[in-house]
Design a protein around this ligand. Sequence first.
Ligand code: ME8
Length: 519
Amino acid sequence: MADTYYVTTPIYYVNDAPHIGHAYTTIAADVLARYWRSAGRDVRFLTGTDEHGIKIVKAASEKGMTPRELADSVVVHFQKLWDDLEITHDDFIRTSEPRHERRVQEIVRRLVDADQIYLGAYAGWYDEGQEEFVTESTARDNDYASAISGKPLTRYEEPSYFFRLSRWIEPLIKHIEATPGFIRPDARRNEVLSKLKMGVEDLSISRLREKLGNWGVPMPNDETHSVYVWIDALANYYSACGLPRIDDEHDAAAARYWPADVHVIGKDILWFHAVYWPCMLMALDIELPRCVFAHGWWTSEGRKMSKSLGNFISREVIGEICDEYGVDVFRYYLLRTVTFGLDGDFSRDDLRERYNGELANGLGNLLSRTVNMIGRYCDGAVPAPDADVDAVADVRRAAQALTSGADDAMGSCQFHIYLAHLQGLVAATNRFIDATKPFALAKDDTQRSRLATILYTCAEAVRIALLYLAPFMPATARRGLAQLGLDVSEEPLSVASAWGRLPAGAQTDKGAALFPRKT
Ligand code: ME8
């Protein structure tokens, strides 16, 4: 049986429609899922929506809706955007679904039974936008406003159940120290470690249900409380695997995928994923996810995104960008421009430059030169390579760098390294054409075999580049391969991408430019 790979996105709040930040995380996870599927692994890719909590209750009441009505009306925007962006998730979980709610209750029940939960009282500050408790000193430092939204913090004083988080901090520190890839990138891991070493208190994990309009998952041991929205939300990664077993039709349906290989998230929610979640799992004696990867945040045209500044990249703006450039270019741009893990800025000028430079002049030009020459000099049929041409070694070396580095790059979510190798192959092949001058050789009949080798090399390099481009630009890769007379391969990538798999005689078919130049 193929080995499994389980990748997740955060489940997004349904208080508002999706934007570029949500698209970024989801596209990144999709690229991982597509890559590992093409490598032959048994992949599970989960996304979904986070529908409980005070944030949703308030947003619904402002719109004159019930939380469920609001969730139902917003979830379709996420689902539609994922369809438009060619996202290939295997499951979409909503936290208001019974399969999830019942498993959250079971998880909490087990924590209660294991004496991991006790009744206390919470008195302190809460950031409703983040659904996060804020310590007195942090609240004071920020003038009792949210560090993220700037909105005033709310004061709570009420009975609450607490999870014995502090018990698990030492084991967690040990785990993080012993498992270097557990929190990525490294800078974030170090941040988490130093904050943990400053000490962590037990975590309030329930709110009075009456304060939440009776929305949320009731605590199994006390129905006057709802489970804290973050405990409820984090459990989705496990509940979507049909775990824990609770005797329903979802039982353990996808259990073989646990533990997750990577939770892809934004840096804003790292603490929840790198501390609360693994501590809960340790308390339940469940295996921990292998990696939590926290990526950076996007600004837009040099400033924080904001609706009032007019630089907000909403789903509508994403739609316009995709209409202009194509969905694939948007997907590629997000992961190519910024080192995954760092912050980045979205700029239309930069998008156009990268499009014209890397895609139109790079890969697009290489494919069209190759197919044109094969059309003109070989009646459109890929020629068999039958002469030694020294410079071929440079192209093969660039192909080798891509194929041999790809698993490592994807295994550590280093999309920029993967794509740099891919562009390295394109650049090496364009240089190869300039150096070997097939258009000049074509005029000399004695050079036919040399010409054949050169054209075969170009076509083979483009084929390999397109195979590796497919997780980022699936439709483009399909169109490009069709111009080489090929289908997308069903074989595992490592087999399909071996040098020389391109059959001589493949009938090329000059199609429309992959990337028409933009002015
Ligand atoms: O936090 N740049 O949901 P959420 C990059 N429901 N990514 C961004 C971004 C930006 N400007 N803005 C948002 C929640 N994101 C919880 C998660 S998981 C168990 C529960 C992305 O709708 C980024 O991935 O606020 C961030 O982590 C996520 O959207 C937050 O989505």
